[in-house]
Ligand binder design. Structure first.
Ligand code: A2P
Length: 279
């Protein structure tokens, strides 16, 4: 229920881009929130930008469209605005989200990312996804798609971890050259949940530079971290289930950072990930 409420508050606050995934197990709540706000007359479907994700157990080309159709059925929407390959590695198809062998090791699945991409292109042609992209792809994996013979559509975006402690300078430059938008996940430094976060890297929002710059503008470290990314052309997808923080994270369009401050924040890069995706 918290997801339903949070998405409704977010839409009322002015958010339009909603980042979801089948594996978050809350697409039914997201869809309901969007549909309720449409019914209220607050928004139209075309105002919303919903991103869904193809999970790693669904990479075989014949599974791609049925998987997206399942997401649409859960959302009760006709299309997603963006559909992305969530991870470049494929796992064994089946009901287990993380299929493991008797030693607890992930069972991978040999598939061809280019064939998966062709199935993504077909989803766009069928009108089920307005645009298609990728996530957690490095430069070589992007090159593989971009250099694919007969490529019909380029990935429009690559969703990767991106924030002041992990600024992604090289990947950002490569993506800029190829007109691929970087969507930065964990833009606030994650929830620091030890089950999936590398907590040996210090908490981003405690950073003294971010807090000092925030003080100058009467903003929080979170707002400075988000502003930093949007000001360099990186899309941010902060997560919050707290109404006050949902609103706080939207109040980033009424100030701007100087070039010197942007450089200072860039210099915070530690090149260390919070989300190591160790599997
Ligand atoms: P909560 O949902 O209780 O607000 P990220 O977007 O980098 O993944 O970070 C999400 C984490 O940051 C969540 O634990 C979220 O908790 C917390 N969070 C979201 N917005 C803020 C904010 N403005 N200030 C501090 N923490 C925040």
């Amino acid at each position: 229920g918290s997801c339903l409420e949070s998405v409704k508050i977010a839409i009322d606050t002015g958010y339009r881009h909603i980042d979801g995934a089948f594996v978050y197990y809350n697409e039914h709540e997201v869809g309901q929130a969007i549909r309720e706000k449409i019914a209220e007359g607050r928004i139209k479907r075309e105002d919303i930008f919903y991103c869904g994700k193809l999970w790693s157990t669904c990479h075989p080309p014949e599974l791609v469209r049925p998987t997206l159709e399942k997401t649409l059925k859960i959302l009760q929407l006709d299309y997603v605005d963006l559909y992305i390959i969530e991870l470049p590695m494929a796992f064994k198809p089946g009901d287990a989200i993380y299929p493991k062998d008797e030693n607890g090791k992930i069972i991978y699945h040999e598939t061809d990312l280019c064939a998966t991409w062709e199935a993504m292109e077909a989803c766009k042609d069928a009108g089920l996804a307005k645009s298609i992209g990728v996530s957690n792809f490095n430069r070589r994996q992007l090159e593989m798609i971009l250099n694919k013979p007969g490529l019909k559509y380029k990935p429009v975006s690559n969703q990767v971890e991106c924030h002041p402690y992990f600024t992604q300078p090289k990947l950002l430059e490569y993506c800029r050259q190829h007109d691929i938008v970087i969507v930065g996940y964990s833009p606030l430094g994650t929830s620091r949940d030890e089950t999936w976060v590398n907590v040996s890297s210090p908490p981003l929002l405690k950073d003294s530079v971010l807090n000092a710059i925030g003080k100058k503008y009467n903003k929080t470290a979170a707002q400075v971290a988000l502003r930093f990314n949007i000001q360099r052309g990186v899309v941010v997808i902060p997560k919050s289930f707290n109404p006050q923080r949902i609103r706080e994270n939207f109040q980033i369009f009424d100030f701007s950072l100087t070039e010197k401050e942007m450089k200072e924040i860039e210099a915070l890069n530690k090149n260390v990930r919070y989300v190591e995706l160790l599997m």
